[in-house]
Design a protein around this ligand. Sequence first.
Ligand code: DON
Length: 553
Amino acid sequence: MFNNVSAVLVCSLVLFVSTASAGQNAAVAMPDRYSAIASSKVLKDGGNAIDAAIAAQFVLAVTLPEAGNIGGGGFMTIYKDGQANFLDYREVAPQKAHRDMYLDKNGHVIPNLSLYGILSAGVPGSVDGMWKAHKKYGTKSWQALIAPAIELAEQGHIVHPKMWDNIEWRIKTFDEQGIKVNFSKHFGHAKAGELFKQPALASTLKRISKFGRDGFYKGETAKLFSQFMEENGGIINETDLANYQAVWREPIVYNWRDHTVITAPPPSSGGIAILQWLTMFDLVKGEQKLAHNSTDYVHVLSEIGKRVFADRAEYLGDPDFVNVPVEPLLNIDYLKSRAKNISFDKISATNHIKPGLKESTDTTHFSIVDQWGNAVSNTTTINYTFGSGVVIDELGFLLNDEMDDFSAKAGVANVFGAVGGKANEIQPNKRMLSSMSPTIMLDNGNVKLVTGSPGGTTIISSVYQSILNAMEFDMDVKQSVNSARFHHQLWPKDQIEHYSGIDASVLKSLHDLGYNTIQGSFGDVQLIIRSGDKYHAASEAGELNRGMSITLE
Ligand code: DON
């Protein structure tokens, strides 16, 4: 039963020798049409996947303010000229941050303080991330790659109905909860179907275009940024900005079945979680074939989820601050021992699922393959929809609320219901734990699949299920992004969240096993799959959901 999963390789810049013919065409799967058009134009003009990613990142900062950003951070998984690499441009806690900064004097978490408003922001990483990606891999000029974003900010873009709905929802919920932020001052006048201009953001982007990284982290932008902080009770200062560094890390490279998976290492929990999930799935099912979204399938994957999230809460954090046991967590004997008491017939008691080692609604994702078969899988975020809700007035961009991804207090859940402990407690300059999981899969050294999604902790389920849909169930790219998904993360106890489209009889059997199920939707998978020698791209729910994929011939 336990035979078809091979060991983890944690390594960087591995050269993969390609032995099959790669796809013959380029493709992008993007969360909106502006980023799809800008990035595919870069590819058509002979730019590579990284050039296209940089253009998309800046465009999304203008046209998808819920998540696209220069005020947040993200992760970029890269496969270029046969080498895997990973760029961590996650935000860090400011120097003045401290472990108990969100607790009152009785040690209770102060509601919403880590989630909204000026104290919820980490030091942004996106601009330095794009700068470092460009320095290492860029072939088009930095200015040319930022130009589409500047134009869209200056001349305006047409507001998609979904953006308008999100703005209305956000303003209403801020009002209801008494959250005092300046969000509506900046976004309240945007109307569906009408042009929306962002002149302050255009000026900031122009400084970034002219001075590169320094146009954001130093000079006028940094001065206005820190002044705004001081005037409004924030703690990010000019030194925090000047010191920010995105870092190149070793991606996790792991053989699953006959494929090589290149995915996010810590400070993401996502790569480890996906690989634990895929591997334990094979271990538990053995030679059986489980029908897609059947009771057995949902139950087994939920049981695995309990174990994955127990490990996540205990062991995962910023590897620059805590020792994250990546190899032990992916060790095949460990995963066998974790999987062995999963039963098809009953659910395990939540309180009995402990971390296993003996020792110690907004993010956005895009996927790109260029004409040479290089790939970028990039997930970027300001955390919750429209981040902290705070716009730095004269700079025109939204600040993240990524501090909520730290564990404000051991065992107290964050907005995504994730709990954590010491490994993910707040420390100055530390990166908060993430679930973002930009992933690339190879077969014979060639890109087979590029995937990723937003959705907080549900990202992990969206990503591994997009992989299983394509690889286990042979779905085409559209079916793989659009078929109903589900998610279980140990807490809330025995709760499965699922899309509509799971059979009523399956839901009934899951209830009989002891689960509660809630219907919802999560994530927005942007997927590219090679079948034969062609890449096919799909954006979940397509234009209805604002997404767009383009396949170039
Ligand atoms: O890094 C993380 O895991 C979260 N900040 C991601 C937030 C997210 O996906 C929100 N989107 N729906």
